[in-house]
Design a protein around this ligand. Structure first.
Ligand code: TRP
Length: 334
């Protein structure tokens, strides 16, 4: 299929910490499957990352690690445009314009803003507030059809559509209205320690979270300590058995086995054997990713080529939209 006929996808993850098993299963693994059918743009949202204070050297390093992990997890840089958000200035430029078409009231209603300002009470900055305008720019600048995101980002795609609709209404058709593309149920990985909550990189120290570059022994340890329940049966029931159900889901994704087969496999075997099996399945799933990412991180010039080429392709597409927008709002052509 010619690229011009393909639908466009854009998504991104903030390089504000290590990538988790949750971001692999819930996002990147799905992205890999889309690269033949769609024209895909996947970015590292470093501009968004600094809405929360980051250590500069750590941010730089995690950004490079994240690109290496994208590629190691199967995102072929020949088939996907992989780039760093700050390398494509058009995002920030369109973000500013769109912030002038985003209402204070709309931004005040964003649940992520409310959550994050509660968590960072000493740093409720304007960037945290206008985060959705920049995210709208990320999406609209590529005329994306679909935006693969988790449930928690759905509200941001909705406000993006509202901003696009408002702009189109004033200036005529400018932006395509994107749809959120939520992975099918079952792809949401929960914390191993608090299975009612989504697995989050903030839980790295208490064993609630697994990161893609974690060592096998640490992964095994975290699964052995995973919170389950006082029952003993391996049965999928997220309401009453959130911990066990989360483990079943993870095991199913890593082995390709359906839930029913897993329940039979561990019937009467108890949680100890089950948790060890899940740990091993995860170790084997992540092993090639970790090995390849480590190899790529030693080849900085190759990584640099990937993100430089990616930024050039992304800029080309992004600048087209930006020029149109600048013209429409009345800026003098350079
Ligand atoms: N806000 C997203 C998150 O926190 C990251 C992100 C930034 C994003 N820009 C985007 C996701 C554009 C999808 C599309 O996970």
């Amino acid at each position: 299929m010619d690229n011009a006929d393909k639908k466009i996808i854009l998504s991104g993850i903030k390089p504000s910490g290590a990538l988790t098993l949750g971001s692999y299963i819930g996002a990147i693994k799905n992205w890999v499957a889309l690269s033949d059918e769609y024209e895909c743009y996947y970015m590292l949202a470093d501009l968004h990352a600094i809405t929360v204070r980051q250590d500069p050297d750590t941010l730089r390093e995690t950004t490079l690690q994240q690109i290496a992990q994208y590629v190691a997890a199967g995102l072929d840089p020949e088939k996907n445009v992989l780039f760093i958000q700050s390398h494509v200035p058009a995002h920030a430029e369109l973000g500013w314009v769109l912030s002038c078409y985003t209402m204070f009231g709309e931004l005040s209603r964003m649940t992520q803003f409310k959550d994050k300002s509660a968590k960072n009470a000493d740093n409720i900055n304007a960037g945290l507030f206008t985060y959705p305008s920049l995210m709208a720019a990320d999406i609209l600048i590529y005329q994306a059809d679909l935006v693969p995101v988790g449930e928690d980002q759905k509200q941001h795609v909705e406000i993006c559509r509202d901003i696009a609709t408002r702009f189109n209404h004033i200036y005529g058709d400018t932006f395509k209205l994107p749809e959120p593309f939520i992975p099918k149920a079952g792809a949401r990985v929960m914390s191993l320690q608090e299975p009612e909550n989504k697995m989050s990189k903030s839980e790295q120290d208490n064993g609630g979270c697994i990161c893609l570059l974690d060592k096998p022994e640490d992964i095994m340890k975290a699964f052995k300590r995973a919170v389950t329940d006082s029952d003993t049966s391996v049965r999928f029931d997220p309401e009453t058995k959130p911990g066990v159900s989360n483990l079943i889901q993870i095991y199913s994704v890593c082995t390709g086995k359906p839930f029913a087969e897993i329940e039979t496999e561990f019937d009467g075997k108890g949680y100890g054997a089950f948790k060890a099996a899940v740990g091993e399945a995860v170790v084997e799933t992540l092993r090639p990713i970790r090995e390849e990412a480590t190899r790529l991180l030693d080849d900085r010039s190759y990584l640099e080529k990937i993100y430089t080429d990616g930024a050039a392709l992304a800029s080309y597409a992004a600048n087209k939209t930006l020029r149109d927008v600048y013209q429409k709002v009345g800026f003098v052509k350079k």
